[in-house]
Design a protein around this ligand. Structure first.
Ligand code: DQA
Length: 143
């Protein structure tokens, strides 16, 4: 089983950006946790981060026929990007939406999730553990 983990803009700034909201763990430590969990579960994982909407669309399109599941935190593009929603629908790979923070308790403009409309699972406000939780649930439900 092969998972693609996709992170959107500013997730590379974890550890620096708004630590009161996103914590002090860095993006590198997130990737290390994901790779450890993949080993433990016996699944393959590839991680990708970009600050550019088109690059995120490209990586989702390129996942077609290559991955069994997508774990995606589109970050700010969650609330604006119909292109990412359409890409997820186009490839129709089972997908999980992740948000580190609990967006349901934040500003009004974070209350809409376009990408989430194409996701089967939602892990919101679980911190970095949300990514690992998604991997466990997806392995269990897709195998
Ligand atoms: C986020 C929530 C988004 O609203 C925000 O723009 C982010 C991160 C989260 O993981 O909590 O960049 O997706």
């Amino acid at each position: 089983m092969k998972f693609l983990v996709v992170n959107g803009p500013n997730i590379n700034m974890l550890g620096i950006r708004e630590p009161g909201i996103y914590g002090r763990d860095t993006y590198a430590s997130l990737i290390a946790k994901i790779e450890d969990e993949a080993k433990r579960l016996g699944v393959d994982v590839e991680c990708f981060q970009s600050n550019h909407e088109g690059a995120l669309v490209d990586v989702i399109q390129n996942a077609y026929g290559r991955f069994d599941g997508i774990i995606i935190n589109p970050a700010a593009y969650t609330h604006t990007s119909v292109a990412i929603l359409d890409a997820l629908k186009a490839v129709a790979i089972p997908a999980a939406e992740i948000h580190i923070s609990d967006v349901s308790k934040r500003e009004d403009f974070r209350q809409i999730s376009y990408a989430g409309m194409a996701c089967r699972w939602h892990f919101i406000g679980e911190g970095l553990d949300g990514y690992l939780h998604a991997m466990r649930v997806m392995k269990e439900e897709l195998q």
